[in-house]
Design a protein around this ligand. Structure first.
Ligand code: G3P
Length: 218
């Protein structure tokens, strides 16, 4: 299972990269706005931190022509740039255009199996179902992942499933159990994945007991 980080904060990307568990980066307009820096500055910083891993950058136009214009500009920034496109009629047209021209796409804001099926048929390299936002409205987000995985396997679609809107470690583990290809995870959740209170208590005790061991070699 691949881990992407869901952030536009280059410090967070660097920290995750240092752990050697990072396979890619996803951003969206909200995450870019949070860093309060000029767009191109942020994007160049991210691409220099992860020059060889997929980095999803989202278009802001809502018509296919505009999406294609923006996406082509973004794709020039690096061969690892993936164009993130919302699932709409216009978005699907742009997905087909990019994929036919060898530019990878990530179809975002996917909330139903029907939307996922269409994105897979359009040839998207990645699709991003949002689990947290479904949980927020009392739908079980993880059910959507299971359904999409089943559809993908039934027909052998190549699109990789990126579980997005990940809010906690349980989302990550359930994604792995469901066989999702990727989870895109905020840095805070990556940190949570490492931690366990019994690890902290156990380590504290080992270190305390170690103090009383006589003639230690180190
Ligand atoms: O990748 C999509 C993700 O950033 C959305 O997360 O927490 O805003 O629902 P959230």
């Amino acid at each position: 299972m691949k881990f992407f980080i869901d952030t536009a904060n280059v410090e967070e990307i660097r920290k995750a990269n240092q752990l050697k568990i990072l396979d890619g980066v996803t951003t969206n307009p909200t995450l870019i706005a949070k860093v309060k820096k000029p767009f191109m500055e942020v994007v160049k910083e991210i691409l220099s931190e992860v020059p060889n891993k997929p980095v999803s950058l989202e278009v802001a136009s809502t018509d296919a022509e505009g999406m294609i214009r923006e996406g082509e500009k973004l794709a020039e920034l690096g061969s690892n740039v993936v164009i993130k496109i919302p699932i709409t009629e216009e978005g699907l047209k742009a997905v087909v255009h990019f994929e036919r021209n060898g530019i990878k796409t990530n179809v975002t804001l996917v909330f139903s199996p029907a939307q996922a099926l269409l994105a897979m048929k359009a040839g998207a390299s990645f699709i991003s179902p949002f689990v947290g936002r479904l949980d927020d409205i009392s739908h079980t987000g993880m059910d959507l992942i299971k359904q999409i995985k089943q559809i993908k396997d039934n027909y052998g679609f190549k699109s990789e499933i990126i579980v997005a809107s990940v809010r906690n470690p349980i989302h990550v583990i359930e994604s792995a159990i469901a066989g999702a290809d990727i989870a895109t995870i905020p840095y805070s959740v990556i940190a949570q994945l490492i931690k366990h209170p019994l690890t902290d208590i156990g380590l504290e005790r080992f270190l305390k007991d170690w103090e009383s061991v006589p003639e230690k070699p180190f």
